[in-house]
Design a protein around this ligand. Sequence first.
Ligand code: IVH
Length: 700
Amino acid sequence: MSADATPSTLASQITRLRAEIAAHDERYYRQAQPEISDFDYDQLKRALADLEAAHPAEVAALGAVSPVRRVGDDRSEGFTRVKHRFGMTTLDNTYDAGELRDFHARLVKALGTEDLAYTVEPKIDGVAVSLTYENGHFTRAVTRGDGEEGDDITANVRTIRALPALLASAPSGDDLLAAEAAPPQLIEIRGEIFMRDEEFRRINALQEEAGEPAYANPRNLAAGTIKLLDPAIVATRKLEIVLYGLGACEPAPDAESAGGFDSQSSFQARLRAWGLPVVEKFWAVRGVEAVLASIAELDALRRGFAYPTDGAVVKLDAFAQQRVVGYRGEGQAARKLSPRWACAYKFAPDRAETRILSITLQVGRTGAVTPVAELEPVLLAGTTVKRATLHNADEIARKDVRVGDTVLVEKAGEIIPAVVEVVLAKRPADSAAYVFPSDCPACGTPLAREEGGVKWMCVNPDCPEKIRRRIEHFASKACVDIDGLGEEIVDLLLSKKLIRGVPDLFHLTQGQLLPLKKSGEVWAGNLVKAIAARRTADLWRVIHGLGIPQVGAAAAKDLARRFRSLEALAEASLNEIIQIDGFGEKTAESVRTWFNQPAHRVLVAELLAAGVTPAPPALAHAGGVFAGKTLVLTGTLPSLSREEAQAMIEAAGGKVSGSVSKKTHYVVAGAEAGSKLEKARSLGVTVLNEGDLRALLAGA
Ligand code: IVH
């Protein structure tokens, strides 16, 4: 930050960084599809934290909560929300040994002694989860959520084979444990769900076969998997778990009847004695030098661990000392922030040095332009890397990346490597700052900056590159799934001017195709047949294939269910679209805006004229009492299980959702209904009991 920065540019800089971080949070926590590496993300967050710390007045004037002070939020639709008994906090990451020394120095000061005992544990790069065991029985698994309240993923976690449903209570024989290891009445145990590399590769291969997007790394796949709504599918993917942390415990952990553990190291031993999967190794040491030595040992061992280990977590060992130093923000903020008794140290990811030969731009089907570094090939984490993403123009400017620069590329388990840093010392004397092109590389139209975002977009609806990508998308397995119509054939058809857009596909004849391939008779016949068969593709596939921004498969299915034809969807009002459960203003507006564009109206008309009559979803329950209605179940009903109630509602055409909003039509509440019932009341949503539900279903 230059010294002469004015308050207003500071404020806009802070706001911009916050927005950027929020967008990455959304992609990481909710969509499990991050766009940048953890390292880059940490850098952004650090830059914001430094900026905010240096300018408290501007920060105060901005008002809104900074992402620096927030844990991400992973909560998603379709899950029951559960409050953690003890909030789930997170830790800031450091990549710097100096900061570990500072951490120790702070504790020495707070506790008045140099001689501090620590544990050093692997930092597992998985998805945080909180398990509840009651009298030794596994009863619940909840995601971190916003730290206070997470999603109930119990059914999915039950598919993890190594997780015992019942804790062992036999004596452990471990020195650290004198008493018998009987589990407490209630305990929240924290850990990470992860996936091994092998399993990650197996599932990604299947994803690609099915035309679905590949997951960036094992962590994102694990995060996506625990958020699947069908535990039967979760069971086909091998999730694993490792436990290391303590949440609530009743009675208190040092009580004899709770197991009598009073430190992180005795807790770790207790976890093992209970038969839970724990870290392969942890270090119990005294003083910061021993901590640093343990971290070095861990670094040498970690590649042999079952779980991805991206760092070390250093914890003050004694619970009594942890209580003394407590948490940041305790007492003042509504929720606890990070513990003062722990510190996360991250290892820098695998990197290699190479040179940027050129920077090319990729135009996606939405028109988003992504800069790519074309590299001198280099070996990185076992594969040869020739290209790396530069993310966007802002990132290029922030890192001052130039053609001819020597750069560090990084691959932290991700599929696409990224340029993380320029080696300035090796910059050629004659290098010039990279000027992001102002025009689309494919069609020459001036690029426009995405509203409120960081991407530059080609806004020409007729851009040949966009058209090519759109046709590919429409024909892809994830959308209309036209057999035999891959990238290569789309290119061929475009270059021979046989098609200009998606509708033309449906007019192709065998005669036009025949000359394209030597003895292409069978091929031409098959392709024409494959295309014709898709005139009656499922409506949602066609909607997905249109490539409306914000509309993926799930939203396309909702739209198909609600509007049942392309014509009806094209005419739907913004208000009608917003009414769909799970649709925010942004998605609804995107749909409406898309259909408002003359070129898109023409596209739809041409599809219809070409005889495309997509099939709406089956209408089994349209006449049901709950047709088009969204219900939320909460609490325990007297005689119906959750599954039974849900099946009855769905059979009557209703949809069961996990959270209460203005769009909820009814909340069905049973015994011990909690926050959802309160929310229903505060929003004025009709509350039913089991009797009311049965009466409505019976048509009374
Ligand atoms: S202790 C009190 N121990 O990394 C909050 N966390 O960057 C700290 N993690 O939120 C939790 N391995 O999700 C702890 N051995 C370990 C860990 C670990 C991975 C995760 C956890 C935490 C984040 C901190």
